[in-house]
Write a protein that binds this ligand. Structure first.
Ligand SMILES: Nc1ncnc2c1ncn2[C@@H]1O[C@H](COP(=O)(O)OP(=O)(O)O)[C@@H](O)[C@H]1O
Ligand SMILES: [Mg+2]
Length: 253
């Protein structure tokens, strides 16, 4: 059965979408069957793998609300072993609809039951909040990857996030764990970065991924071509970092 990993952090701009897209693509390149689920109404992961957000017959919203079957919403991206469940702004309203009724937290978990065994890894790109969409991701997942930038204030949000994960584990999903904390957009020349990493190691030990993602201009370029970074420039530092991270992930989840 596949591993389901939520890529979550309530802060925006920390590298969630970039990491979900590029980890999923790297896992595909390594020979694993990967599914990327876009759970952010912004739809950046969707356009990031070259799928137009407009004119989709079904999106993850339909899947969550039971309006379609998984097979009707899965898109083959054309990248190696990489499928997508897309999202667009229609998902914004779904958060409200999801608040109603029994089992509001479990819609995604139920929807994934029948497709889990088709994939080795399912990566979920979460929106920048701890609302019902992120909760659905964490209830469906067995692991969470927390991307963060290496800055002082990053530490502040982290305890709130780990407390939320602990609560969801206790109430809804006993097998949920923190797969790893991932440092993104790292500039190793900054002394502060080194300090923050040391601080994180002290608190979180080996929950911190050994692999870090360096700041690399090819990474923000790639989505404008609708491609994961490897397909944009396979020699780029960003492509190597995400392949390395995917390898490390396979030793953890
Ligand atoms: N390693 C990196 N180097 C340079 N830019 C990056 C890197 N990772 C992410 N970015 C850029 O930072 C911005 C925020 O990243 P994104 O993945 O969209 O964050 P989030 O999904 O958490 O909001 C995007 O413009 C993205 O292209
Ligand atoms: Mg995002």
């Amino acid at each position: 059965m596949g591993s389901v990993i939520a890529v979550a952090n309530q802060k925006g701009g920390v590298g969630k979408t970039t990491s979900a897209v590029n980890i999923a693509a790297s896992l595909g390149l390594l020979g694993y069957r990967a599914l990327l689920i876009d759970l952010d109404p912004q739809g950046s992961a969707t356009s990031g793998v070259g799928v137009p957000k407009r004119g989709l017959r079904f999106t993850v919203r339909d899947l969550l609300l039971g309006n379609c079957k998984p097979d009707e919403v899965i898109v083959h991206t054309g990248f190696e072993r990489l499928d997508l469940i897309p999202a667009n702004t229609s998902l914004a309203g779904a958060e409200f609809d999801l608040l109603d009724g029994e089992g509001a937290q479990r819609h995604l978990a139920h929807a994934l039951e029948s497709i889990r065994e088709r994939y080795d890894y399912i990566m979920i790109d979460c929106p920048p909040s701890l609302g019902m969409l992120t909760i659905n991701a964490m209830v469906a997942a067995n692991g969470v990857i927390i991307p963060m930038q290496c800055e002082f204030y990053a530490l502040e949000g982290l305890s709130q996030l780990t407390a939320t994960i602990a609560r969801i584990k206790q109430r809804y999903n006993p097998r949920l764990t923190i797969t790893g904390i991932l440092i993104t957009m790292l500039n190793k020349r900054l002394a502060l970065s080194v300090q923050v990493i040391e601080e994180l190691r002290k608190h979180y030990g080996d929950r911190l991924f050994g692999t870090t993602i360096a700041r690399n201009v090819r990474i923000p370029e790639a989505p404008s071509f609708g491609m994961p970074v490897y397909y944009h420039d396979k020699r780029a530092r960003g492509a190597k970092d995400y392949l390395e991270l995917a390898r490390e992930l396979t030793t953890r989840a």
